[in-house]
Design a protein around this ligand. Structure first.
Ligand code: M6R
Length: 596
């Protein structure tokens, strides 16, 4: 996720672009830059936050320009990789939000054709594609260039000597703002509301030519598409959250896209670009904290199922002080921020012990990425809400990919089984969307139970860690005391805590533990606790035992944690909302824990 803005009009573009860009900083903040068209094409960029750019940029004269704030997904967060990026001659500048999955082939073929690349980004290929297609008509050049791109994108392009911005999008957001004698483009309306509230939304593959006097939208075949402007009534705060009342809810709803982005171009290339060429591992140890640890607990089931490699876990703060074993496991460190001090210390300790290390991280260039041998980035984009949601789900995606890779290297995953896993992974965005479509239903149910003081979560097998994660989300944002248990453990203590005032959320996916789970639910019910079950559509047995049921579409057990945790994220969100809690900034906790 990155932020794009563009301006064409009669005012000086530079201050306006900078001001608008700041409103998009929540979309990414590891580097930023501007290109302004005046007498020539001027460009300035810098790594770091927008304030760093602002502090050192020279005056740029001109009333046409584009700007970008970056959340790195390909290429380190350096000045050289910051956008705008240019063609060989420095006459065409582009900004990009998205992922170009075929950039390697394009880059190789364009290098053979004589193009010189200056960055490590996927985005730069687009500047060179436009350069080679440009014959005096920028719209035509952009149309031809995008036809060669695979992946997701919102692009904006300016060129020296041209009084226009040409922009296009596919699966990444882009709006056009209409002014009087001036027009704008941006990744979202937040950036533009200070200047206009009249917006035109672009559909996938549409291309727009924006001048100070006109906005013309074309379809992919070059036909003009008539558009009606929409009036936006949001205030700035609403707009930054995309109209959602909290970042957490926005981030929950971003999960289908986050999963899609995390898979893009990766599963296809596992055979040709494995992570661990020729290195068969006999064991894996996952090290992490909090929600990332819960992702690791699910990861144990995934890795053992797909690669048959025994996998253990340890909390980061414990790993450092644990005795050195005789085994030499692959150490997988999971951390959204890449800055959690205990996980960083664990990474250093693992290397000291001579282990190979791999990090699953969301923030490109974060500290952990310099401490490990290999990184798998989750492509969730920035997560602002303290409660981890989309980063948890994309950590699971990274773990499926890692497990497939290990299974392939170890020859424990057949080609047929791998194809089936890939098919299931591709279905996940839809499975998650189905759950999101039930948000009002989940909200109604949460209202019914929001006054509880304690709430217990039970699951079995791969959904036992999901019960723990559901409990963590609930306690963290709603301040209801939540505990997650393997359902089989109930009789060994937790049953003593149950009463009519302690609702139990029971995960009852149809897997080999289902019958046992039904028995647990009836056991809980017999102790007088209300039961809210999460089960599969069409499972009429559940209604006989549970007080309420959240139904989700059936999915094979190995993939069930993904839609089920989304239901529990919504559940905890609506509990907290009903209780009037500070959802995005819960008391006493920080998004990133940089002290031990
Ligand atoms: O950045 P990390 O993934 O290393 O953070 C670890 C935990 O602090 C984090 O997952 C925390 O538990 C979440 N905020 C919970 O929602």
């Amino acid at each position: 996720m990155c932020g794009i803005v563009g301006y064409v009009g009669s005012r000086e573009a530079q201050p306006l672009l900078l001001d608008s860009l700041k409103r998009l900083e929540y979309r990414g903040y590891d580097s930023s830059g501007l290109a302004v068209v005046g007498a020539s094409l001027q460009l300035f960029k810098s790594e770091g936050e927008i304030a760093v750019l602002e502090g050192k940029m020279p005056r740029m004269q001109g009333s046409i320009g584009i700007a970008h704030t970056r959340w790195a997904t390909q290429g380190k967060p350096t000045t050289v990789n910051a956008h705008p990026l240019t063609d060989c001659a420095g006459k065409i500048a582009i900004v990009h939000n998205g992922i170009i999955s075929n950039f390697m082939e394009l880059r190789e073929s364009m290098t053979r054709d004589g193009h010189t690349f200056t960055s490590d980004t996927d985005s730069e290929v687009f500047a060179h594609l436009v350069e080679s297609e440009y014959k005096g008509d920028l719209v035509q050049a952009v149309m031809k260039a995008v036809s060669r791109i695979e992946g997701t994108y919102a692009f904006a392009v300016v060129a020296e000597g041209r009084d226009e911005i040409v922009a296009t999008r596919r699966e990444s957001p882009l709006v056009v703002g209409l002014g009087d004698g001036e027009n704008f483009i941006a990744s979202d309306v937040t950036a533009l509301l200070k200047y206009t509230n009249r917006m035109v939304y672009l559909e996938d593959a549409e291309v727009v030519k924006v001048t100070k006097a006109s906005v013309t939208v074309f379809d992919a075949s070059g036909n003009v598409v008539p558009k009606t402007a929409q009036k936006i009534m949001w205030n700035l705060d609403d707009a930054e959250k995309g109209g959602y009342p909290h970042f957490m809810l926005k981030e929950i709803f971003e999960q289908p896209t986050a999963i899609h982005d995390s898979l893009l171009g990766r599963i296809e290339s596992l055979d040709t670009e494995p992570f661990f060429q020729g290195t068969p591992y006999s064991s894996v140890k996952i090290v992490a904290c909090g929600t990332s640890y819960h992702a690791g607990l699910v990861g144990k089931y995934i890795i053992e199922e797909l690669s048959k490699i025994p996998t253990t876990l340890q909390i980061s703060s414990e790993y450092r002080y644990s005795p050195v074993s005789r085994e030499n496991p692959l150490i997988v460190l999971i951390t959204q921020s890449g800055e959690t001090s205990d996980t960083l210390a664990a990474a250093r300790e693992a290397r000291k012990r001579g282990n190979k290390t791999i990090a699953i991280a969301n923030v490109m260039g974060s500290a952990i990425t310099r401490e490990v041998d290999h990184v798998i980035y989750t492509r969730a984009g920035p997560e602002i809400g303290v409660a981890a949601t989309k980063t948890f789900v994309t950590q699971l995606i990274a773990l499926y990919i890692l497990a497939m890779d290990l299974g392939t290297q170890n020859r424990t995953l057949s080609a047929l089984a791998k194809r089936s896993v890939i098919g299931q992974l591709r279905n996940l965005p839809r499975a998650v969307q189905d759950v999101l479509n039930k948000s009002s239903e989940i909200e109604e149910l949460a209202k019914k139970y929001a006054s509880a003081r304690d709430m217990f979560f039970i699951g079995r097998n791969i959904n036992y860690p999901i019960a723990m994660e559901g409990a963590l989300k609930t306690k963290e944002i709603s301040y209801i005391h939540g505990e997650g248990f393997p359902a089989g453990e109930l009789k060994h203590g937790p049953l003593a805590l149950l009463s009519k005032d302690s609702p139990v959320v029971a995960i009852a996916a149809k897997d080999h533990t289902y019958e046992k789970m039904l028995a647990n639910i009836s056991e809980v019910s017999a102790r007088g606790s209300p039961v809210i079950a999460i089960g599969y559509e069409g499972d009429t047995d559940l209604q006989k035992f549970a007080d309420d049921v959240i139904y989700i579409r059936e999915i094979p057990p190995l993939f069930s944690p993904v839609p089920i945790i989304v239901a529990l994220q919504l559940w905890s969100y609506y509990l907290a909302k009903e209780r009037g809690c500070a959802i995005d900034k819960p008391r006493n906790i920080a998004k990133t824990v940089t002290v031990e």
